[in-house]
Design a protein around this ligand. Structure first.
Ligand code: NAP
Length: 310
């Protein structure tokens, strides 16, 4: 099968297309034929290891000191169960699934095996039936991040929420979850070219972060969610906290680790199947062009998700 090996931490060119044997599922595993994976912000950090020391050290301890010890990287997948071990009860052949592989990586390949228990740990679930495999990769990564941090914000219906970074993978989904799942009044912040998109996703108001002194009036938001993370900023973001209400919370998508709960992928599936959901795909590349895809995502301005197909 085709797979992408990460031969060292470094620029996109460290990624090499190789042929390896198709894996065989153990008794407690499913064999997944991967139809689509994604190049996420996390894949860039993982491959380049260009991170502040406080993130770099724990990441290298977790995934490999000099290079990823699991040389086939890739975090997000959507595909089909092709085979299963004899002890697997929760899935059957032909099930369409989506999820993330976590520290096991391995999604940059035509096939991978995951444990049945990964579904209890929140990494694997049946794919929403009304979206494609490509869209499901965006929904899994952006959806898990957005839902975790919006739940942390404990938003109540009618409260005011500001999403900074509303046009990224997690931002485009955070807008929709905040509006249609939590019932909030939502303001989305993006650069000029993405304002119309953010509005079309359900934002009640939009603000352009590239215009200086564009910070909204003080004391109004119950939650400000920074969906681009701590490594990207602007004058707007620096001043954003002034717009929080006295009891409002400011949460960054980088506060703590992605915590997986079995119910989140299932909640997202229900929400998506209920219809209030658009998945934004910026670009799709075939697996052979993974280096180009990493170069594009590394620029930091993708709109929605970047998908890789096999
Ligand atoms: N907590 C965890 O465990 C965990 C796990 C995974 C990821 N993360 C974090 O989640 C972050 C978001 O990932 P993502 O894939 O959703 O983001 P993303 O898609 O990479 O974000 C891209 C978007 O960010 C916007 N952007 C770029 N620079 C900006 C700036 N200075 N100010 C405002 N917006 C800016 C771009 O919009 P414009 O082009 O319009 O500027 C673009 O649409 C990652 O960077 C990482 O820090 C956390």
């Amino acid at each position: 099968m085709k797979a992408i090996e990460c031969t060292a931490y470094g620029p996109p060119e460290v990624l090499k297309l190789i042929e390896v044997d198709k894996p065989i599922p153990k008794n407690n595993e499913v064999l997944i034929k991967i139809h689509a994976t994604a190049v996420t912000a996390s894949d860039i950090y993982l491959r380049s290891s260009e991170l502040p020391l406080r993130y770099k050290i724990p990441m290298r301890l977790a995934i490999g000191i000099k290079k990823p010890r699991k040389s086939i990287i890739g975090l997000v997948l959507a595909g089909e169960i092709e085979d299963l071990g004899k002890d697997v009860k929760r899935f059957k052949k032909g099930d369409q699934i989506y999820g993330i592989t976590g520290f096991n990586l391995g999604a940059y390949a035509e096939y991978t095996c995951m444990k049945e228990t990964d579904s209890m740990a929140g990494c694997l679930a049946l794919k929403p039936s009304n979206i494609s495999y490509e869209e499901a990769t965006v929904a899994a990564y952006g959806g898990l991040l957005a839902l975790q941090y919006l739940e942390k914000g404990n938003i109540q219906p009618g409260q005011k929420v500001l999403i900074y970074g509303a046009s990224g993978t997690s931002g485009t989904i955070a807008i929709q979850l905040a509006k249609y799942y939590f019932g909030a009044e939502v303001t989305g912040v993006s650069s000029t070219r993405n304002l119309d998109l953010v509005k079309s996703l359900g934002a009640d108001k939009v603000i352009d972060y590239t215009i200086e002194n564009n910070v909204p009036n003080e004391d109004q938001y119950d939650l400000i969610l920074d969906a681009v993370g701590k490594m990207k900023t602007s004058e707007f973001k620096k001043n954003c906290k002034k717009a929080l209400s006295p009891k409002g919370k400011y949460i960054s998508i980088d506060d703590g680790d992605l915590k997986l709960y079995s119910s989140r992928l299932e909640k997202l599936k229900e929400f998506i199947e209920a219809g209030h959901f658009k998945t934004i795909i910026d670009r799709t590349y075939p697996i052979e062009e993974i280096v180009e895809a990493h170069k594009y995502v590394e620029k930091g301005h993708k709109t929605g998700g970047v998908v890789i197909t096999f």
